[in-house]
Design a protein. Sequence first.
Length: 207
Amino acid sequence: MNITAKHIQRSNIIAIFPQGTISLPEASQIFGLYSADQVKGATFSDNPSMLTRIFEFPVTGFQWIFEPTKIRLEDKMNRSPQDAKLAIEMKRLLGALYPDRQPSAYGFNYDMIYRIDTVIPIKEIVGSFLKPSSLEEVKEFGWQYTLVKDKGKRAETYFFKMVSPIEYGVHANFHFNEVVLPKSEDLQESFERKYADADESLAHITM
């Protein structure tokens, strides 16, 4: 089985902080970190019941989601990690907003579509756990697994879903239990490398 095409649909970076160590930013703080051109069309929403504040920047393609213990930066333009530069932007804003705070963990998420050069053998895969009478009715299926590495310091989670006879939709999460974020360039390099490493998830499949 070989990959013939790969298309990214979504990516983000998440930083997780211990309870009570960070506060939700004010709109003026976030908008003040961008130029006048970058804030054109930008929006801010505050959900007090969910303790969540969301900032959308259409010009840059960034979406910031702030929660009491979690900060997520989304790319809304479906760009490759190399083009989106989310890691560099995450480090820039964290340094400006919380210069004396470090996360307890961080992670990368990617949603991708892979096209392969063989037809996905539905019956062979689901036949190991579905009754033969049900096989003809199966039109789509999915599965998830997690690999724990470095004695729990790192984890990789993959969710597969068949979206056509020769295509998989894959969600990949790379989680790091590290209390210090790498330098900006190193974090960006890791963000790009893990996107490439996600291809190995298809190599785990035996068929």
